[in-house]
Design a protein around this ligand. Structure first.
Ligand code: HEM
Length: 684
């Protein structure tokens, strides 16, 4: 063979090899701008470590939507507020799935399964998402407020001690990592870490979850796009070691809960409910996936928003915002009861706006969790085929000048008179797979802000080197992490009023302490109805809780068994501040006034007019139309028959004095049920 032939053969092989290495899962899409790339790597090299800002710049040249080639994967970047709306909201049913990636899905997740947020759409994902969404919907979240009462108090109390009368600057991160982690652990396992910020388990979980989240990053793992790199990539070993460490604490937590259930000493929690529900349709792997989601989802997100919010408040520009927030809080709560009231209502619009601006400004997942399309999606003369991977550049969309004036300025006021009726910002993503924990996260942020701002003046750290970087991308210590990972910084804290803070903390501690059994009547506040879920598949799952100290307990174990047996999706329940639960209840709606019998043979009456009610302590309360009074059960709840709003509720514990309505005690034999008992979990 001549040298010429050998040369041609080598060139041909090289050509075929490059073509092979350059093929993408989805061929080039017609009529959609494509960013020029390198052989094999495609656009990976140019995207570098800062996908959000590089893609934001490309959008200025190529338009808000363009295709890229990341190794062997074709990826569509969507970069403006309106274009995100087009794909994520208008075409949400087409964009309901998620892609799988080698590092996260084959290595890190091989033992505990995928989280919900990393699962492709199938029946199992649907069931898991539904279980999580139900446990995290608005009414359920309201029932978790005692947990936030406890956790925010613990963190603020420790911060107040550690700032030593304002003489020592503090790093706020670990306090709020514990706040978020304990909230998730209590919800999910009924277990909290009862230690200070140096607690070993707290540190292990936060370190490992942060490490694992980096393997989910769309920019950190080139081997996900360039298969040949998997042969030598050291990421595999690192990923493996995080997987083992994660397995250790997830298994420990689940076994602890199982042990508690066996011993009958478990606290009510999401996983406990599923484990004890004989009709639960979730298998062990799915339960583990939900646990994993609950532990990890809020841990990298809520604390980052909170600490960066504190970073800004500590800055010179943040002083005016603190002042205005405090003024607005004091306007609504002149009697100093903001700490208690923020648990049951959200009545300070400025603080709500502060929460939204925090979420927008530090869009903590700058490149939102990726999606895969399951149907073709049209876009300006092109058709993007099913099976394509989409990245929402949430950072660019949240800094889109067409939507947000002066996007690089932190201005809570922008959300006070916002006329946008759709998704206000994309920090929680959007559409069919939007964050399932957004209600919980919003309540966590609102409660923490209300309490922090009333407790402390927040100042810059004394040493300029300790002060934070505010910029949403520059503030991160790891630019390729999935979620923003703030560089260490400190803030100065000065307690506004020692005596008031002591009082608020003492009241919160009393509320969240275990309380003895006795008979007490308590009112539930009126709340807006969430009667059917957006997809009309089922009634919102509701767990209600009382707004004041509520000594819930059971007379004996049989009661617990009875009530547990009644606990099904759609039933109502109640959690007291310490997390002890009592549950029920199916009941019959009907016309006012209606007497009805609950399945557990407790009785109630819906009030048709305004009635004065005498409580056992001689105290008088008014009942309004639609309220329900119930006697003799542990927990009772009601909606008003028009279903436009939740009724206020009266709970009367066993052993309480008879409740008197219009001079007549409520009796046990109020009559037969009228109307039919709706099947639990049904939408109406
Ligand atoms: C400030 C706090 C939070 C932020 C910024 C945030 C952000 C996000 C984002 C951007 C997504 C992807 C949405 C999409 O693809 O459109 C997501 C998904 C999700 N989040 Fe959150 N999240 C937060 C807190 C939480 C909390 C506290 C929980 C629950 C305890 C939670 C549970 C979930 C779940 C289950 C998903 C997956 C949804 C799915 O794939 O169907 N998140 N979150």
């Amino acid at each position: 063979m001549s040298y010429q032939v050998i040369g041609i053969a080598i060139v041909a092989v090289l050509f075929l090899l490059v073509r092979l290495l350059n093929t993408t899962d989805i061929p080039k899409i017609k009529n959609l701008p494509e960013i020029p790339g390198l052989p094999i790597l495609g656009n990976l090299w140019h995207l570098g470590t800062d996908h959000a800002r590089v893609a934001q710049k490309w959008a200025q040249k190529y338009g808000p939507v363009f295709q890229t080639r990341l190794g062997n994967k074709r990826v569509i970047f969507v970069n403006s507020y309106e274009s995100v709306r087009h794909f994520w909201i208008t075409h949400q049913s087409a964009l309901i799935s998620r892609p799988t990636f080698h590092t996260f899905h084959s290595v890190v997740s091989s033992s505990q399964g995928f989280t919900i947020g990393t699962s492709p759409w199938d029946d199992s994902c649907k069931a898991r998402r539904k279980a999580a969404a139900t446990a995290l919907n608005r009414p359920s979240v309201q029932s978790y407020m005692p947990i936030l009462d406890l956790e925010s108090t613990v963190s603020i109390k420790e911060l107040a001690a550690d700032c030593k009368g304002g003489t020592v600057d503090v790093d706020p991160s670990p306090y709020f990592a514990r706040f978020a982690l304990n909230t998730s652990l209590t919800l999910n396992y009924g277990i909290r870490i009862d230690g200070n910020i140096n607690n070993e388990m707290l540190q292990e979980i936060t370190t490992v979850e942060r490490g694992v989240s980096n393997f989910r990053s769309t920019s950190n793992n080139w081997q996900d796009y360039v298969p040949i790199m998997r042969l030598w990539n050291k990421q595999n070993t690192e990923a493996e070691s995080f997987r083992l460490r994660r397995d250790a604490y997830l298994t420990k937590l689940l076994n602890e809960l199982k042990g508690q259930i066996a011993a009958g000493i478990d606290k009510p929690c999401i996983t406990g409910n599923i484990l004890k529900d004989p009709n639960a349709k979730l298998n062990e792997a799915e339960i583990k996936s939900i646990c994993l989601t609950m532990v990890s989802a809020g841990l990298d997100t809520v604390p980052v928003n909170l600490v960066m919010g504190l970073a800004f408040l500590s800055s010179p520009e943040g002083q005016a915002i603190q002042e205005r927030a405090l003024k607005e809080i004091e306007k609504v709560y002149p009697d100093g009861d903001a700490w208690e009231k923020c648990l049951v209502e959200e009545k300070v619009p400025y603080v709500t706006a502060l929460v939204k601006e925090t979420l927008r400004f530090w869009t903590v997942i700058p490149i939102c969790l990726p999606r895969t399309s399951i149907k073709d999606i049209p876009y300006e003369g092109s058709v993007i085929p099913a099976g394509t991977t989409f990245f929402m550049n949430a950072y660019a969309a949240d800094y889109d000048e067409q939507r947000f004036k002066d996007p690089y300025k932190f201005i809570p006021e922008r959300f006070l008179n916002d006329t946008e009726s759709g998704t206000p910002h994309y920090a929680y993503g959007a559409g069919s797979r939007m964050c399932a924990g957004s209600h919980l996260a919003n309540r966590e942020l609102y409660t923490a802000y209300m309490r922090l701002i009333t407790a402390f003046e927040i100042h810059p750290a004394r040493n300029p080197a300790d002060r934070p970087l505010i910029d949403a991308i520059e503030c991160s210590s790891n630019p390729t992490a999935l979620t923003t990972d703030p560089k260490l910084f400190k803030i100065g804290l000065k307690i506004r009023s020692e005596s008031k803070l002591k009082e608020w903390i003492a009241a919160a501690e009393a509320r969240t302490n275990e309380l003895p059994l006795n008979g007490t009547a308590v009112f539930q506040e009126t709340r807006p109805a969430v009667w059917s879920s957006p997809d009309n598949e089922s009634m919102a799952f509701n767990v209600v809780y009382t707004t004041s100290e509520f000594p819930v307990s059971f007379a004996n174990d049989n009661d617990i068994a009875k009530h547990d047996a009644l606990m099904e999706t759609g039933n109502l329940g109640l959690v007291n501040p310490k997390g002890t639960v009592c549950r029920i209840v199916d009941f019959a709606p009907g016309n006012n006034p209606v007497m009805h019998r609950t399945q557990s043979l407790d009785y109630g009456v819906v009030i048709s007019g305004t009635l004065e009610l005498e409580l056992d302590a001689g105290e008088k309360r008014l009942l309004y139309p639609g309220d329900v009074a119930v006697q003799r059960g542990t927990i009772h709840s009601w909606y008003n028959p028009s279903q436009t709003e939740w009724a206020r509720m009266l709970f009367v514990l066993q052993d309480s004095e008879p409740v008197v309505v219009n001079g007549q005690p409520l009796k046990e034999d109020l009559g037969e049920a009228s109307g039919s008992i709706p099947p639990s979990g049904n939408s109406n």
